[in-house]
Structures are given as C-alpha cells and as structure tokens.
Design a protein around this ligand. Structure first.
Ligand SMILES: [Zn+2]
Length: 451
C-alpha cells in the first residue's frame, strides 16, 4: 500500500514538473524569497545610553538588522544586495521614537492571578494553560516586550509556547523557559502546599522539588533534559505559596552550590528567588547570576552583588500588586495575606537602595502575579525610586539581554542583531510613561502591532 501511495505521489510530482506547475504552495514559496524592510525612524535610540540618531534608516533583511544609517532615503532606498524577486516593505516611523524591543526577565507566561488560583491548580490541564498562555503572550508582545524569561511554570505549556512562537505558529515574544523552579520540600516552589493528601503525587526532582546535593543536581538536569533555557531556584520562602514558613533562607549552602554548579556546567544561567537577607546572601555566595525580588537586601548583599557581578531583578510591580490584592477579602489564603502585606511594600525601597549603590539591574516584573501586558508599570516605579528613565530603559534592553545571555542577538539595534523594536510617540528619556502605551511593535522584522 505504501509503495502504491509513494508511486502515486511520485507520478504527481513528475506530472507537475512536466506541465511546469510548482508543487509548492504560494506561501511556502514566499518563505524562500528575501524579505527586506526599510524603516524610517524620526529618532532612533539604537543603543540606549548613547545619544539617539535623528532621521535614521534601519535596513532589515530576513529579520536581522542589515544597516543603520542617517545617509539613506528610506522612501526610495533599494538595497543593492537584494535578489531580483526580493520582497521589499517600507515602514514609516518618521514621527516616532524607535528603540530596541523591551525585555522582561521575570514573568510567568502560563498563568495569571485570579481569586480561583488555588482551584485552577487542580482543574486546569496543560492544554488549558497553553491556550491561556497564547493570550498572555500576545498581550505581552503588544505591550512592547519582544523577549521574556519565564522563571517557573508547571507542566509543558511554557515549552510548547516557546517553540510555537519560535516557529511562527503563534504571535508572541521570544521566550526563555526555566521549567519548574528548583525548591526544597515545602519550599516556595513546592506547589502542593495546603492541599489534602493524595491530590498530587509527592513531588520530586522532575517537579523541581529537591533535598540534598544529589537531588538538587538531578532537579537541574531534569529541567535541562525537558528543554530549560535557564534555571530558577527558590532560595527563600515566598509570598504566594500557601504556607506560613516565612521568607528567609530555605536551601542549605551545599544545595545552592550544587544547583548553581550543575546549571553552569550545562551552560544555563541561574536566577534565585530571594526575599530574606539570609537567602539573598547565601545565593550570591553560591554564585547565582541574578537575585529576583531582593526584598530584605543589606549592605553585605550589595557588596556581594558587586563582587560577583550578579544582577538584581526588582519586580516592584508584583510587590505593589500583592499588597493591593491582600486587601481584597478572601483573594489570598491567610498565610499569603500576612506575607503580601509585609513584603509587598518593601521591594521598591530595596531596589532604590541597590540601584543607588551601583548594583547592576535587569528589568523584571513578575507579570502573571498581576495581569500580563502591564509590564511597563515597572518603569514608573523604578523612576519613582530614583533611577533615571534612561537607566531604566538600559535595564530592560542592554542589561536584560546580558542576563539572558543574548547580547549577540538582542538589546540594541545594531547590525547583525534581531529586528526586535518598538516605537513610541515621545522621548521616553523625558517621559518614561511613553512606554506604557506602545503603538508599534516589530519582532524579528515582522510588524506585530501598528500600521
Ligand atoms: Zn515570580
């Protein structure tokens, strides 16, 4: 039967060749043509922190920046290197400020806060999560975030979404996925808190739950095996886990070291969730690449940040959001309410202290703890805490790209990098609120939002 079928297909192909019909569908044929995009930029912040260019032209070939120039006429320029059948598009942003696509180093793209969060833990399937995640991803991209790092999710949905975006099936930002957060039994990342026995299998390293050096190594290897781009660990207790186990250190130092060494051995960066100062400092001593939240950091933490070169990922928006939700009756269970009211309001001050002391900052919000698409609220909180708008933009472009180990591809609009860019109506260095309404988004040379 198979032979008959393949003979039939082969004869069709021969027939097509004889009559000069292409067996390829039109869309597929287009994929093989060069695609050039010529973008007229009124003001171009190609490298945040460097003076913007005026009336600049970006030339993009197949999603990659081919040239950046103030000499070309974007209305008439035709790239000399373009093939005869190349597709050439023009985008007019001559009235706008153009800057690199924004990067959020801390999101949870497959989930979003709701009063039913604990119920949804036991009713949502991976398929439900994946479908929800496509909505969150599109909203995130349309808010100007062309890359996000998913630092902790359940099941396979985040991996599937990442791959679907990468292959162009779904519109969304480029996604780096950590898989399950590595956590001790009963730690912040153990998602079985407060449910009756038997609802969940007892979680192990595959679910990120690990005790002792051997299990910690195994948990990292499990996440990398299933496709993790980076590793997340929970060094301390956290706000939204339904346990009154506090917000101080939860992993021993040998466990932290085992996680970091295994991840680095396998070429993955490590981000550590940490509120309490004991866990912040232990994680920094173990060599993590970033501390997420950093709520109770002290002078020793600041010295350790500088010594190790680790980034602080602030997530001020999440702090503000959980403190607000905690005031809504029965939104969170009682242990969470206590922690949210205590921790939430402290994060912004910790950020201000660290940034003021020269700690490197990579932009991150914890979107999902509040609605996806509101990521840019973080810029306002950062500026309110004393950072200049320009430095806040650097944290969400150059610094975030560095933390994601993607500086060769994103973070600036230079030749050879991805054409991930946004445009806003006014100078965001003068008014950072411009970033809260982003009318134009391009990812990999494709217009995702705008005219
Ligand atoms: Zn988080």
């Amino acid at each position: 039967m198979r032979t008959l079928l393949s003979c039939f297909v082969a004869s069709l192909c021969v027939l097509a060749a004889l009559v000069g019909v292409s067996a390829q569908p039109a869309a597929q044929a287009d994929e093989t043509r060069e695609r050039w995009v010529i973008v007229a930029c009124g003001h171009l912040m190609a490298v945040p922190g460097v003076a913007p260019m005026t009336d600049a032209t970006l030339v993009i070939k197949d999603g990659i920046i081919h040239a950046v120039s103030t000499e070309l006429d974007p209305g008439t320029f035709v790239p000399g290197a373009a093939a005869d059948n190349a597709i050439i598009e023009r985008v007019d942003l001559s009235e706008s400020w153009v800057l690199p696509g924004l990067i959020d180093c801390h999101v949870h793209i497959t989930s979003e806060t709701s009063r039913e969060g604990r119920l949804r833990m036991v009713i949502d399937t991976d398929a439900d999560k994946a479908i929800d995640a496509t909505v969150y991803a599109q909203r995130t991209l349309e808010a100007g975030f062309t890359t996000v790092r998913d630092v902790g999710s359940m099941g396979d949905a985040a991996f599937a979404l990442r791959d679907a975006v990468r292959s162009g099936k779904v519109l969304g930002p480029r996604i780096l996925v950590a898989g399950r957060a590595v956590t001790p039994t009963g730690g912040h990342g153990d998602r079985t808190h407060g449910y009756k026995d038997g609802i969940f299998d007892i979680p192990g390293p595959f679910q990120g739950v690990a005790d002792g050096v051997a299990e910690c190594r195994k948990a990292v290897r499990e996440q990398v095996k299933r496709g993790a781009d980076c590793i997340k660990l929970t060094a301390t207790g956290g706000v939204l886990s339904n346990t009154a186990a506090g917000t101080e250190q939860q992993f021993f130092e040998d466990e932290l070291k085992a996680i970091v060494e295994t991840a680095h051995l396998l070429g993955r960066r490590v981000s550590a969730h940490a509120h309490g100062v004991t866990g912040i400092n232990a994680a920094l001593r173990a060599g993590v690449d970033s501390i997420e939240h950093g709520t109770y950091l002290d002078d020793e933490s600041i010295a350790l940040f500088k010594e190790t070169g680790a980034y602080l990922v602030p997530t001020i928006t999440a702090g503000k959001a959980v403190a607000e939700y905690a005031m809504v009756p029965r939104y969170y269970p009682p242990p969470v309410v206590e922690k949210a009211l205590r921790v939430g309001p402290v994060i912004q001050g910790a950020f201000g202290k660290a940034a003021g002391a020269g700690v490197k900052i990579a932009f991150g919000t914890d979107a999902g703890v509040f609605p996806h698409g509101q990521n840019s609220r973080e810029f306002g909180f950062m500026v309110e805490a004393g950072m200049s708008p320009e430095d806040a933009i650097i944290s969400a472009t150059i610094n975030a790209a560095d933390l994601c180990d993607l500086s060769d591809e994103i973070g600036t609009l230079e030749v050879g990098k991805a054409a991930d860019l946004i445009a806003v109506g006014g100078d965001p260095r003068a008014d950072v609120a411009q970033l809260q309404t982003v009318p134009f988004v391009m990812r990999a040379g494709v217009v995702a939002k705008g005219p």
